[in-house]
Design a protein around this ligand. Structure first.
Ligand SMILES: CC(=O)SCCNC(=O)CCNC(=O)[C@H](O)C(C)(C)COP(=O)(O)OP(=O)(O)OC[C@H]1O[C@@H](n2cnc3c(N)ncnc32)[C@H](O)[C@@H]1OP(=O)(O)O
Ligand SMILES: CC(=O)C(=O)O
Length: 552
């Protein structure tokens, strides 16, 4: 296997390079900004579960929510303050005080204190547009809101992280004023100044230049909080680090307001594997995929297969040229080794496959497929995919196809005749299927009812096979999907049926295609049973199994 070619990208040298630490404080805002994402809702218990996983992964600071905002966040902080956090600091978030309140009377600042965390983050305005239009106060008053709020929180013993909201837009509009807002926060005691690309529209070169300019002016640690509206949140976060930022805000899976935040699942490995910074203990990096999936599960969100590093497809190869090269040297089409972040390499089988894809999959299935058999399989798969079969979601049918080409699949059973009848019986709908099967050279008849024609078919099949193959007793159909492939043909359309079977210990998927939905269903059902039988106890006779394209 060829080595992975990365050496760290050198950071552009500037005045402070010699003294810059090579560790980054990672600040996770999944529980706060993440929940500002459109489809994201977390209960206090969900937040606690995610917080524990974040801590185990090695996140330094976890922003748990805005305690002045809602009872869920209050409940989270109540629960969190009763627990011990070994590595992580829990942080409460809020805004600078309202212009009409003294700090000691400001409900939001009070809630931050009552949240009982060592760390608080507050956001203040950097952009004159916001000062004048959103807050409706003078520029001097805004500076006082920042100064007095930070000072008040410091007086209460809090570590204050100051989020300079819209910093990059504010700096573009009025650099001197934007810098004054940072100065106000730093002088009042904020120990970290976080430059926020709140609207998420900045580009990496601007982020670099502005962060570098601030870095020249301030001794305080700088942070970055980048939204993804221009698709650059991760790149912008890395650019800020190159320019001197050492505090990184982001969320797991990039959740967050509008297009989301910088995705820590990309930022952390980028910084750690490619820029030579330490964000988390290197031994924990391979928990990243689990953390990403766990967060999606708890938030009840569909995973993004294409997510960098952690997506299911991140190290999945489909094109034959790619699989062929990856089998020789993974670094030909992989930028890092998948296991470094807890992911795994996969190869898909499709009409873009070559022999290598087939041989890769065959090896995974424990099938020793020679080059000629692989070439035969490629040809057959391309024909079948042209007819509408798809094997990416039907690995059991694919395995049967390969094993059939190798003459490994016994002739478990064959279909002689299928009849399905549907009618009205005593005011109830009845659906009945009858099958004539040949099993172990014996002809057998089976009849069963069902909720619908496919259910009746499945029941009749079990009925017919069980006395010959008792091992099928525990096998159940667990999912059934139909896709119309040629809707322009109306009721004569070709359909693809995908079926999942399971036996309690595992599941397997099969496919059938036909213009007749019952025939397509039969193919997928029959493959499901053959697969179960093949992997059950050794069977007596061996011979070719029916071709999946030949209708029964
Ligand atoms: C960039 C960010 O992501 S900031 C975080 C945004 N997140 C959220 O808004 C989620 C939680 N928010 C909430 O639950 C509510 O908005 C609350 C409880 C904070 C406030 O609710 P309300 O008092 O009803 O005010 P509302 O939401 O309508 O407006 C926000 C108020 O905050 C003020 N405000 C906004 N930013 C700041 C700031 N940095 N400092 C002080 N006041 C601010 C606005 O001017 C407005 O004041 P107004 O009531 O005098 O008009
Ligand atoms: C603070 C914050 O969430 C932002 O500026 O986007």
């Amino acid at each position: 296997m060829a080595p992975f070619p990365h050496s760290p990208i050198p950071n552009r040298p500037h005045a402070h390079t010699q003294t810059m630490p090579d560790t980054i404080e990672v600040f996770d805002t999944t529980l706060r900004d993440g929940t500002q994402g459109e489809h994201v809702t977390l209960s206090a218990r969900d937040k606690m579960r995610i917080a524990r996983r974040l801590e185990a992964f090695g996140i330094d600071v976890i922003e748990g929510g805005w305690p002045g905002s809602n009872p869920t966040d209050q409940a989270f902080f109540e629960a969190a303050s009763g627990e011990t956090w070994a590595h992580t600091s829990i942080c409460a978030f809020g805004s600078t005080r309202h212009a009409s309140n003294a700090p000691s009377e400001d409900a939001n600042l009070q809630a931050l204190i009552e949240a009982d965390t060592d760390v608080v983050s507050i956001f203040g305005k950097s952009w004159t547009l916001h000062v004048e239009q959103a807050l409706g106060v003078s520029r001097e008053t805004n500076l006082d809101l920042i100064r007095s709020s930070v000072a008040f929180l410091r007086e209460h013993g809090k570590r204050v992280i100051y989020d300079a909201e819209h910093f990059f837009d504010g700096f573009a509009d009025h650099p001197a004023y934007a810098l004054r807002t940072l100065r106000a926060a730093a002088e009042a005691g904020a120990d970290t100044l976080v430059l926020c690309d709140t609207n998420g529209g900045s580009l990496p070169h601007d982020i670099y230049d502005v962060t570098a300019a601030v870095y020249e002016d301030f001794d305080t640690t700088l942070g970055i909080h980048a939204h993804n509206n221009g698709g650059c949140a991760v790149a912008n976060s890395l650019a800020a680090v190159r320019a001197g930022a050492r505090h990184m805000q982001g969320t797991i899976n990039g959740l967050g307001e509008r297009c989301g935040n910088a995705d820590l699942c990309a930022v952390i490995p980028d910084l750690q594997l490619k820029m030579d910074f330490e964000c988390v203990d290197p031994d924990r990096l391979d928990d990243l995929v689990d953390l990403a999936r766990f967060t999606n599960e708890v938030a009840n969100l569909d995973p993004d297969d294409g997510a960098p590093y952690v997506g299911r497809s991140a190290f999945t190869h489909k094109g034959g040229v790619h699989v062929s090269a990856v089998m020789e040297a993974p670094s030909t089409y992989e930028h890092v080794e998948p296991n470094v972040v807890g992911n795994r390499r996969r190869a898909l089988v499709s009409d873009l496959s070559g022999r290598s894809n087939i041989q890769y999959k065959a090896k995974e299935m424990g099938i020793d497929l020679g080059s000629d058999a692989a070439a035969q399989a490629v040809e057959r798969i391309k024909e079948l995919e042209h007819l509408g079969y798809e094997f990416q979601g039907a690995e059991a049918s694919f395995e049967l196809l390969l094993r059939t080409l190798q003459d490994e699949v016994p002739d478990f059973f064959g279909l002689d005749r299928m009849r399905v009848w549907s009618g009205q019986d005593d005011e109830a709908q009845t659906v009945e299927a009858s099958l004539a099967l040949t099993v172990q050279d014996e002809r057998t008849l089976a009849v069963a009812e069902g909720n619908g024609p496919v259910d009746a078919l499945s029941n009749a099949m079990r009925e017919g096979l069980l006395s010959f193959y008792p091992s099928l007793d525990g096998v159940r159909l667990s999912d059934y999907k139909v896709r119309v492939l040629t809707p322009q043909d109306g009721t004569a359309a070709t359909v693809r049926v995908l079926i999942e079977h399971g036996d309690g210990a595992r599941t397997w998927n099969t496919v059938g295609v036909s213009e007749n939905i019952l025939d397509a269903s039969w193919q997928a059902l029959a493959d499901g049973m053959r697969y179960a039988l093949f992997h059950a106890a050794p069977t007596p006779t061996a011979g070719p199994a029916p071709d999946p394209a030949a209708s029964g």
